[in-house]
Unconditional design. Structure first.
Length: 369
């Protein structure tokens, strides 16, 4: 089922395994790698509707598309229908061409929520519907919505929000199986995702809405668990792709085989080349790539020592040289994680916590330009 294409309006998406828009991660180079490994749809990381009239260097990096990207979405958040509509219009007037727009109603970051954006929107189902309606009227591309189960564990609004969004006309509904006040250690509530899908299907009548499950998808096993327990049409991969873009090939290929050293090196060096091409050479590019390196080097012998070296790299040429030297010290056919086929994740694993929760990374670095 996940291998089957589906439609958002007239837009054909090649499969149902999607890459989530990840702040500080979902740039052009990483998206290209994930697309090549099978991701059916990828997104520009979350933009601020209120910040769209402003421009700076980081904004230019966010709002970019490579000619090699076959299909691309953008994600945006905004506190009011008027702000969202204006931001969406400005985005569509840029040289960048996106094929679909997603409205973020699930971001938990404090600064975003404090502005009435992200997961703050699910507190008020009517406002969620009004924001969606205004956005649909403002653009000519399919509009989807990404939500959480509710703002708090004790006040879950998922059915009411899904009912409203389906009636207004969302083309796709992505539900993350936690509330805003949950941490990564809280289990995914598959039954509540399923309840949200049921409410949306009831409200939509004969109109088809693509239902996508999100949360704790780290490998083939957890992807199947999401499908089996929620009845979703597709899945959206978030933290599970960090240092592991092979997850798309594994899910779509129905296997749990980890890449060998040679296969691993081929993909990582390709990412290095794309990154170097996009950001050019220099200290800035190397700094931006460090986090990817720290994630990539997990799973092979001696990776701890390499991590220490990586924290000192200052050029992309240095990155490439150290990777080649490290790979040469290992057998080409050695599989990542050895005999442990499951990607080394647990429910409380939080590789992005310092990036998005502690540092409040997200759209604010663009909005405050």
């Amino acid at each position: 089922m996940l291998n089957d294409p589906f439609y958002l309006g007239n837009l054909k998406v090649p499969n149902g395994v999607l890459l989530a828009p990840l702040a500080g991660v979902s740039d052009v180079p990483f998206r290209r790698v994930c697309q090549e490994l099978g991701a059916g749809l990828t997104y520009i990381e979350m933009l601020s509707a209120a910040g769209m009239p402003h421009q700076n260097r980081k904004a230019g990096e966010l709002i970019a598309r490579d000619v090699a990207e076959p299909i691309l979405g953008a994600q945006m958040t905004g506190a009011t229908p008027e702000i969202m509509a204006l931001g969406a219009k400005i985005l569509m007037e840029k040289d960048l061409v996106v094929d679909t727009l997603d409205i973020n109603m699930g971001c938990p970051v404090k600064k975003i929520v404090g502005r009435g954006c992200g997961s703050a929107i699910v507190k008020d189902p009517k406002r969620a519907g009004d924001i969606l309606r205004a956005t649909i009227e403002a653009v000519d591309v399919p509009v989807s919505t990404k939500i959480r189960l509710g703002f708090t564990k004790s006040e879950q609004t998922v059915e009411a929000v899904c009912d409203e969004l389906a009636r207004v006309g969302t083309e796709m509904l992505v539900i993350h199986g936690r509330t805003r006040d949950c941490g990564y250690s809280d289990p995914i509530q598959y039954d509540r995702i399923k309840d949200g899908f049921a409410a949306a299907r009831s409200a939509a009548g004969d109109r088809k809405i693509q239902m996508v499950g999100n949360g704790n998808i780290f490998d083939l096993k957890t992807a199947k668990e999401m499908v089996d327990k929620t009845g979703c049409d597709g899945i959206m991969v978030s933290r599970g792709c960090l240092g592991n873009p092979w997850i798309f090939d594994q899910i779509l290929g129905d296997h749990d085989r980890q890449p060998t050293v040679s296969e691993w090196l081929d993909v990582v060096l390709r990412h290095v080349d794309y990154h170097r091409e996009f950001y050019t050479e220099g200290h800035y590019a190397a700094i931006r790539f460090r986090k990817h390196l720290l994630w990539y080097v997990s799973g092979f012998p001696g990776s701890r020592a390499l991590r220490n070296e990586i924290s000192q790299v200052n050029t992309m040429a240095d990155v490439r040289e150290r990777l080649l030297r490290y790979a040469e010290s290992l057998p080409d056919e050695l599989p990542r994680y050895g005999d442990h086929h499951e990607f080394a994740r647990t429910e409380d694993y939080d590789p992005k916590g310092e990036m998005d929760r502690d540092h409040d990374r997200g759209v604010e670095h663009y909005e405050d330009a």
